[in-house]
Design a protein around this ligand. Sequence first.
Ligand code: SAM
Length: 357
Amino acid sequence: MATVRASIEVGLDPSAVFETLVDQLTFALAQTGIQIEAGVGGRVLAGPLTVGKVVSWRSGERVALEWHPADWRPDEITEVELRLEPVTGGTRVTLEHRGWGRLIGDPDALVGWFAGEVVAPLLRATSPAAFGDWLTDRHARRPSGEQARGVYRDPLYHYPNFRVILEELALRKEDYLLEVGCGGGALLKDALRSGCLAAAVDHSPDMVRLARGENQQAVNDGRLSVREASADALPFPDATFTCAAMTGVLGFLPDPVAALAEVRRVLVLGGRAVVLGSDPELKGTPAAPEPMASRLRFYEAGELEALGRRAGFEEVTVARRDLEPFAREVGVPDEHLALFKGRGDQGARFLLARRQS
Ligand SMILES: C[S@@+](CC[C@H](N)C(=O)[O-])C[C@H]1O[C@@H](n2cnc3c(N)ncnc32)[C@H](O)[C@@H]1O
C-alpha cells in the first residue's frame, strides 16, 4: 500500500488558490469525461460509474474524496486529499492519494505503474511540445484562467481589427450577425450598438461565460446568444445569418476551409463575412510570439483568398488595411504603434466573402 504525493507552492492566498483549483480541476476532469460535484456528499462520476465521493469540502483548506479505483472490486477504497496550507508568501497545495497500490501488489509492478502513469506524464507535460501547447491554449487558442479573462474582457490591441471589421460589415438593425471565436465578447459589444441581433460561438467555456457576462443585457433581452461550439461544426441551421465575423481565430484553425464552409452554410444568400487574416509578418513579433508563433498558420493574401474560394464563397476579395490610425484612436501606447504598421505598406489582410448561391 502506498501514498502518491505531489505538491506545489504558489504566491496566492489559500482562498484564491482554492477557487482556481476547483474551477480548473472541474474543467480539466470534464475534458476527460469525469464530472465532480462540489460539496460534501458530491459524487465523482465517470460516465455511469461513481468513482468517488466527497467526504470533506472546506473552502480554502481541503477537499477529501473516498475513491473507488476498481469497479470490479467494489470493496477497494482509497483516499484522495487536496490540502492547502499557508506558507511564507503563499500556499502549498498538496495532492495525496493514500492506500494506492493494493491491487497492484507486486512492488516491481508498483514502480512500473509510477514510472508510466505519474512520472512519464509529468515529464511529457513539462517538455517543450506539450508545455508550448498548454501555453498557446491558455493564452489564445482556447483561453482560460483569470489572466486570459482580463485580456479578452478588454482586448485593447484587437480594437483596431474590430474597427475595420465593423466598417466593412456596416451593420444595420435588420442584421443578424454571427461571430466565430468571440473570446470575451468585446466585438459583440460594439456590434450590438447598431441595434442588430447576434449569436456567437467559442470553444472555450471560460470565454463563453465571459462573453455572456460582458453582454448580459443583450443576452437578457434576447438580442444575443453565446454558445460553446467549434468553428467547424456550427450549431445553427443553414441560411440563418445575414453576416459573419471572425477575428484572431483563423491562424489557430487546423482546417480553416471547413470552418469557412460552415460560416458560408449558415449565411443567407447575399450574406457577407469579414475575417481577419493571419499575417505572416506577425510571426515572432509580440503579436504572435513563441510558443504561439510555431503553432499558428499564416497566410499570404493569395492563400487567404484561396481559402475563401475552397470554402465555396462565390465572391471573395482580400482587403489590406492600415491599422495604425485605428490603433492611435483606441489608445494603443505610442511605443506599440509600430506593431500595427508592421505589415508592409499595404496593411493587415482581411478576407471579404459573400455567399451568392
Ligand atoms: C486570440 S482569441 C480572439 C478572441 C476575439 N475574437 C478577439 O479578437 O478578442 C481566439 C479565440 O478563438 C477561439 N477559438 C479558437 N479556435 C476555435 C475553434 N476551432 N472553434 C471555436 N472557437 C475557437 C478561442 O477559444 C479564443 O477565444
